[in-house]
Design a binder for this molecule. Structure first.
Ligand SMILES: *Cc1c(COP(=O)(O)O)cnc(C)c1O
Length: 438
């Protein structure tokens, strides 16, 4: 196939290789390509489209704002759009949760929020080190990449990643090993070689790392370890936040109170770039412009975010709907796993942040994703070996469409499993094990 994408777009392109179509329009949980083929979207921009594509409740506000020549670009100038967003975020998100945080608008991508969070922790504590976790994902710019585990992404940095030490995430050595006591020992032993860090940086559910869920006990234990030693706790809620796990902040059920929180992906509500760093007020030691940037105020995103928060977070309707659909989704997937005993399929996740792991045959995940795509369902794979199929449907997806997508999924699993069982020696042919990360 010779097309403008292949001839002109850099080799760095990735998702488009896994989902090879030219997409044109989208609505809710559906996306259509240029030939009119319809796909159900269980990917949702990697968790950016929690409210669906072109949400019809949000769209009129955006159109109206443009129609009235509302400020689109304004650096970090005060605008009415930003004012309204801040007031809404304060009144609907922070105050009812008794959360007192200052809000920083860094550049509009997630990685920029992580950079800002790491810088702030270092500046505030005067210490350099950050502890991040195995299989963590925090972005691609140098500071955040240093805290990202994946070797494929790290290797292109020319060895310039520093200032981060890795500790084992919850369950890294299996359910029986307490990874907190390992970290505690390193921190408390002056001869461990681990200098006292400025901060601990974690995801409550690791998104790119394979939908690994940290338990409440683990999160609570990390928090007390941090408090005991004056280490800041940063929760990167970029993928797990904005309702993905069922509550606006993913850590809420655990009761922990992070010092710094990063948000991006769905905070812009309409797929519009925006990111936030929330910090406890006493940590706000920034000098004006110290973490600067041209695109720190995406006013269209403020308009969309303001509307989404007012519509979806003024009461618990969305939260309850997520919990209900989560239950349906997991029940369906568990039943599906039961149909393939001995293949090592398992279900994990919280809310509508769910993974189906294929530990025994890691390549099954990629093949099922490809098969599903052919039948009109978009699903991403994740995890160190790309062995986990990730379910991230828009939170507003209708149950009938969730069901329709799951049926396509079940058919795709059946097709792939059939190929495997027909393969001699119960394994997969060699060529299939050699797939490369996009
Ligand atoms: C996606 C993601 C990031 C990076 O966000 P970008 O907008 O891609 O820079 C950081 N942390 C987590 C947890 C993410 O899922």
């Amino acid at each position: 196939m010779n097309n403008i994408f292949e001839s002109r777009e850099s080799e760095v392109r990735s998702y488009c290789r896994v989902f090879p179509a030219v997409f044109k329009t989208a609505q809710g949980a559906e996306i259509f390509d240029d030939s009119g083929k319809r796909y159900i979207d269980f990917f949702a921009g990697a968790g950016t489209l929690n409210y669906g594509h072109n949400n019809p409740l949000i769209k009129p506000r955006i159109l109206e704002y443009i129609q009235h020549n509302g400020i689109i670009h304004g650096l970090d100038l005060h605008t009415t759009a930003k004012q309204a967003f801040l007031e809404t975020f304060d009144n609907i998100i922070l105050r009812p949760r008794h959360m007192d945080y200052k809000i920083q608008f860094p550049g509009p991508t997630g990685t920029n929020a992580v950079e800002a969070a790491m810088k702030l922790a270092r500046k505030y504590t005067g210490r350099n080190g950050i502890v991040a976790f195995t299989n963590g994902y925090h972005g691609m710019t140098a500071g955040a990449l240093a805290a990202t585990g994946n070797a494929y992404h790290r290797q292109v940095s020319g060895g310039l990643l520093n200032g981060v030490s890795f500790a084992p995430y919850d369950g890294y050595f299996g359910p029986d090993v307490d990874t907190i006591s390992y970290l505690r020992k390193l921190i408390e032993d002056d001869s461990s070689g681990l200098d006292k860090p400025a901060a601990v940086l974690l995801e409550t559910v690791q998104g790119e790392g394979g939908v690994n869920v940290a338990s409440t006990q683990w999160l609570v234990a990390i928090e007390s370890l941090c408090r005991e030693h004056g280490i800041l706790l940063i929760v990167d809620d970029i993928q797990a936040g904005c309702g993905r796990t069922g509550t606006f902040f993913s850590f809420k059920p655990s009761g922990i109170s992070p010092d710094i929180i990063t948000l991006s992906k769905s905070i812009g509500a309409y797929g519009l770039p925006m990111s936030l760093v929330l910090m406890k007020p006493e940590l706000d030691c920034w000098e004006p412009g110290e973490h600067n940037g041209t695109f720190r105020g995406n006013n269209l995103a403020f308009v969309a975010a303001n509307e989404a928060i007012r519509i979806y977070w003024s009461d618990n309707t969305l939260s309850l709907a997520v919990q209900h659909k989560s239950h349906l989704l997991k029940r369906y997937l568990r039943k599906l796993c039961d149909q393939y005993p001995g293949t090592g399929l398992s279900v994990r996740g919280r809310g509508l942040f769910v993974g189906l792991a294929s530990d025994q045959f890691p390549q099954v995940a990629r093949r099922v994703s490809a098969e599903a795509f052919r039948h009109g369902l978009i699903l991403e794979t994740c995890g160190a070996r790309d062995h986990v199929i990730k379910f991230l449907p828009p939170l507003i997806i209708e149950e009938t469409m969730l069901d329709e997508g799951l049926n396509i999924f079940a058919e795709s699993v059946r097709a792939v499993m059939q190929q495997i069982t027909n393969t001699p020696a119960g394994g997969l042919p060699d060529s299939l094990t050699q797939e490369v990360h996009p």
